[in-house]
Write a protein that binds this ligand. Structure first.
Ligand code: NBP
Length: 473
């Protein structure tokens, strides 16, 4: 008998995805460059379902029913190209290659176009949720042709996470759409984590709470509108005590955050698309600042403020409001980026569906995403989530506390780039007039870059070096 689907690349992600498929009753062919991994998978987990191990690429392809569904779970970049080059010649028109790795969406577009020439469907699928998700139900964001989704969708929806009967997998859009959405998902994850980190910093160093006390605050928040996986694990991490020293775990961890690069890709792409994603950018920069040990060491003696700690008993509640408002802004920015990418590449992405498939399986899973889904159900083409009635009201109600928390952070010298940039974005969007008019004046002065007027159509230039009369450009 043949396998319904095959997985090549059996490191932690591929192995768990193959097990997930097998556990759901799908006979799965398994293959890895180094055969030892294939043998180990079958030896350790062979009783979980039907595995068809193959030692060679040819045997692997031969064991798949047609049209073939072949999932590649290898290291992103050159290894993915190498595997595609190895398998594509063995496939026939109508077959499908699914890349479940963390590929850049532009690589996915390139690969999809090249394979389409040969009649092979290439599906760049963002898979979120790490190894745990791969085994027990990830959020899956597949791009590629609608036709390929017809053949793959039922199986993907079967193994994906499931919330209230709705699977966390759906067809995102053509070619690189899936990997694009996965990238922005990760960018939003960076922003969310940064906002949570700032909340902790303010409660710890602004109000003087111990980590275990901050953990309690997060536990309380997790019973309300902020309920989410990230808030839940934050409480766990803050409550944890280091066994070796008896100190709070968070105090023995080196304060230099690392990154694998998807946050950086999100910001680079946003710059190319001209989409303001300050919340994500500040989160990437905050990790970068933390990692510059020399810079921080050299700056440690710089003067700071002498402000006294916060004693107001309502401070934790104010921080909760600042966090909720800033989170709304960060998500609004991320969804704006997906909207812009979708328009740029003609993907026609259903934004509400993205919020829906992020409700389970992935790191940013949260109750909050239901609100985003509802907002897009009401108005699929809203320019920003911020003007949705629910979000506008929530931010409006939070704004006094939000402004006061940003003020407190500045007064006490506690960095809160995420909160600050979110508030600046909110106020920029609200503003009747922005100082961009002055910027345009300066640009026209030094570079004759011209400007438009509020009262007449056309472009104009002022003869700054001459009699300062205005001429049409
Ligand atoms: P790795 O990213 O560590 O890749 C190891 C796998 O790639 C092994 O199977 C290895 O084969 C294979 N491989 C390499 Br490296 N070069 C190859 C080549 N030239 N030809 C054939 N195979 C090659 O595995 P992972 O951590 O399981 O991640 C797999 C993918 O999933 C990556 O793209 C990663 O970014 C992504 N990922 C996602 C998440 C998530 O949360 N979504 C988490 C972790 C990883 P070998 O055994 O013969 O060396």
């Amino acid at each position: 008998d043949k396998a319904r689907i095959g997985v090549t690349g059996l490191a932690v992600m591929g192995r768990n995805l193959a097990r997930n498929l097998a556990r759901h009753g799908h006979p799965v062919a398994v293959h890895n460059r180094t055969a030892a991994r294939t043998k180990a998978l079958v030896a350790d987990y062979g009783d979980e379902g039907t595995f068809l191990p193959a030692d060679t690429a040819e045997a692997f392809v031969a064991s798949l029913e047609r049209p073939r569904r072949l999932v590649v779970m290898v290291k992103a970049g050159a290894p993915t190209d190498a595997v595609i080059d190895e398998f594509a010649p063995l496939l026939e028109p109508g077959d499908m290659i699914v890349d479940g790795g963390n590929a850049h969406f532009l690589d996915t577009r390139r690969r999809e176009a090249a394979l389409r020439e040969r009649g092979i469907h290439f599906v760049g699928a963002g898979i979120s949720g790490g190894e745990e998700g791969a085994l027990n139900g990830p959020s899956i964001m597949p791009g590629g042709s609608a036709e390929s989704y017809e053949a793959l969708g039922p199986m993907l929806e079967d193994i994906a996470a499931n919330v209230d009967g709705t699977p966390c997998a759906t067809h995102v859009g053509p070619d690189g759409a899936g990997h694009f959405v996965k990238m922005v998902h990760n960018g939003i994850e960076y922003a969310d984590m940064q906002l949570i980190a700032e909340s902790y910093d303010l409660l710890r160093n602004g109000a003087g709470l111990a980590p275990a006390e901050v953990a309690e605050v997060f536990r309380t928040w997790n019973t309300g509108r902020l309920e989410s996986y990230l808030i839940e694990i934050t409480a766990e991490v803050l409550a944890h005590t280091d066994a070796a020293t008896g100190r709070p775990f968070v105090d023995v961890v080196l304060d230099q955050a690392e990154q694998k690069g998807t946050g950086r890709w999100t910001v680079q792409t946003a710059l190319d698309l001209g989409v303001p994603v300050g919340g994500i950018a500040e989160a990437v920069f905050a990790r970068s600042v933390s990692g510059h040990a020399d810079l921080r060491e050299a700056s440690r003696a710089l003067p700071g403020p002498s402000g006294a700690r916060v004693t107001d008993s309502g401070f934790a509640d104010a921080v909760e409001q600042a966090l909720y408002a800033s989170k709304i802004v960060a998500y609004a920015q991320g969804f704006h980026q997906i909207q812009a990418g979708s328009a740029e590449y003609g993907w026609d992405i259903d934004l509400g569906a993205m919020a829906t498939i992020w409700r389970g399986g992935c790191i940013i899973r949260a109750r909050f995403l239901d609100r985003i889904r509802d907002a897009y159900a009401k108005d699929p083409h809203t320019p920003t989530l911020l003007t949705d009635a629910h979000f506008a009201e929530a931010v409006g109600a939070a704004q006094d506390a939000w402004r006061s928390v940003v003020g407190t952070a500045a007064r006490l010298g506690i960095p809160a780039p995420g909160f600050s940039t979110a508030l600046a974005y909110y106020d920029s969007l609200r503003a009747d007039r922005l100082p961009a008019a002055l910027t345009q004046g300066q640009r026209d002065y030094f570079g004759a870059h011209t400007y438009r007027r509020v009262d007449r159509d056309g472009s104009f230039h002022t003869l700054w070096g001459g009699d300062r009369s205005e001429v049409p450009a």
